[in-house]
Design a protein around this ligand. Structure first.
Ligand SMILES: NC(=O)c1ccc[n+]([C@@H]2O[C@H](COP(=O)([O-])OP(=O)(O)OC[C@H]3O[C@@H](n4cnc5c(N)ncnc54)[C@H](OP(=O)(O)O)[C@@H]3O)[C@@H](O)[C@H]2O)c1
Length: 287
C-alpha cells in the first residue's frame, strides 16, 4: 500500500496517476474534500497521517512548505509516530535543502528512510505523469521506489545525498522565476514602444533568448488569463528559500532578490493564487 499526504494541485494528480496505474493508495489531506475524486476511484481515506503510516509501506508528501511538512510528520497523529519503522518517506514538497537534511536526520531517529524528491513541472505535467523528479538520498532507496516515480514522471534524476534534490529544485525555480519576469517585462516594453503584443510574444518565443518553458505560458499572457497552475505565492516562497540558502552560503544574489520582491509585491496585490505568469499582469498594470 502506498500513502499519499497532500492533495493540492500537484499531489492530487500524482496520486491519481498512481491509482490509475493499479497501485493501492491510502490518502490524507488537511481538507478532506480534495480527496473526493481519489476516494471515488478506490483510494482509502486515512483520518490522520499516523493512520497512513500504519497501513502504507511508502509515504509520499506533497505539501506547501516546511511548516506543513512538519505538521504532518510530527506530533501524536504525525506519520513518523505511526509505525513507520523501516519504511520509506519521500518528500516531494519544495523546501529548503537544509530542511531536507534535517528531515533525513529526524527520520533516521525514527528508523525511517528518507528521500527528498521535489519535482520540476507544473499542473499539466503532473496530470500527464510527465514530472521530472530531482532526488537526494540513498540510491538504493531510490531504486526501490523508481517504478512509482516512473508512473508519475518522465525523468528521474539522482543528485546525491539528502538535500541535493531540494538544492537542484531551487536552482531550477530561480531560473524559472527570473525568465518569467524578464519575459513579461520584455513584452511590456515591446508594447510600450509600439509593437503588437502577439508579434512580440511569438518573436521572442521563437528566438534563442527565451527559455523553452515560456512557450507553455504563451496563451496565458496573450489572453490575460492566469488561472493557477503554479501558484504565484509558491514561487514567492521558493525565491525566499533561494534568498535564505544564498545568505547561508555567503552568496550575493542581486537579481534573485529583486525578483523575489517583485513576486512579493504581486502577491500583496492579491495575485498569490493566480498562476506565476500573472507577474505579467502585475508588471503591466497602469493606473
Ligand atoms: N503547482 C506547481 O506547478 C508546482 C510545481 C512544482 C513544485 N510545486 C511545489 O509542490 C508543493 C505543492 O504545490 P501545489 O501547487 O500542489 O500546492 P497547493 O495546491 O497549494 O497544495 C498545497 C498542499 O499542502 C497542504 N497544506 C498547506 N498548508 C498546510 C498546513 N499548514 N498543514 C497541512 N497541510 C497544508 C494543502 O492542504 P489543503 O488542501 O487543506 O489546503 C495542500 O494539500 C509546493 O511545495 C510547491 O512549491 C508546485
Amino acid at each position: 500500500m502506498i500513502g499519499f499526504i497532500g492533495l493540492g494541485i500537484m499531489g492530487n494528480h500524482m496520486a491519481e496517476n498512481l491509482l490509475d496505474n493499479g497501485q493501492e493508495l491510502i490518502v490524507h489531506n488537511r481538507t478532506k474534500a480534495k480527496a473526493d475524486n481519489l476516494l471515488n476511484k478506490g483510494a482509502k481515506w486515512a483520518e490522520s497521517p499516523a493512520q497512513v503510516a500504519k497501513e502504507a509501506n511508502v509515504i509520499f508528501t506533497m505539501l506547501t512548505n516546511e511548516a506543513a511538512v512538519e505538521g504532518m510528520a510530527f506530533g501524536d497523529n504525525g506519520f513518523l509516530n505511526g509505525d513507520m519503522k523501516g519504511k520509506l518517506w519521500v518528500d516531494c514538497s519544495t523546501v529548503d535543502p537544509k530542511f531536507s537534511e534535517l528531515m533525513a536526520r529526524e527520520s533516521e531517529a525514527y528508523h525511517v528512510r528518507f528521500l527528498d524528491a521535489p519535482v520540476s513541472g507544473s499542473k499539466i505535467p503532473a496530470q500527464k505523469g510527465e514530472l521530472i523528479f530531482l532526488v537526494g538520498g540513498n540510491e538504493a532507496d531510490l531504486k526501490e521506489i523508481r517504478p512509482l516515480l516512473e508512473i508519475m514522471g518522465k525523468a528521474i534524476q539522482y543528485h546525491g545525498v539528502n538535500g541535493k534534490g531540494s538544492s537542484m529544485k531551487l536552482v531550477i525555480n530561480l531560473m524559472l522565476a527570473q525568465s518569467m519576469a524578464a519575459f513579461s517585462e520584455a513584452i511590456h516594453f515591446g508594447e510600450a514602444i509600439g509593437l503588437e503584443k502577439e508579434t512580440v510574444i511569438d518573436t521572442l518565443l521563437n528566438s534563442p533568448t527565451a527559455a523553452p518553458i515560456l512557450k507553455l505560458k504563451r496563451d496565458k499572457l496573450l489572453n490575460n488569463e492566469f488561472a493557477e497552475e503554479f501558484p504565484l505565492e509558491h514561487m514567492h516562497k521558493d525565491l525566499n528559500l533561494v534568498a535564505q540558502a544564498a545568505y547561508a552560503s555567503n552568496t550575493a544574489m542581486p537579481v534573485a532578490n529583486a525578483t523575489k520582491e517583485l513576486f512579493g509585491m504581486a502577491k500583496q496585490k492579491g495575485l498569490g493564487r493566480k498562476d506565476l505568469s500573472a507577474i505579467y499582469q502585475y508588471i503591466t498594470e497602469r493606473e
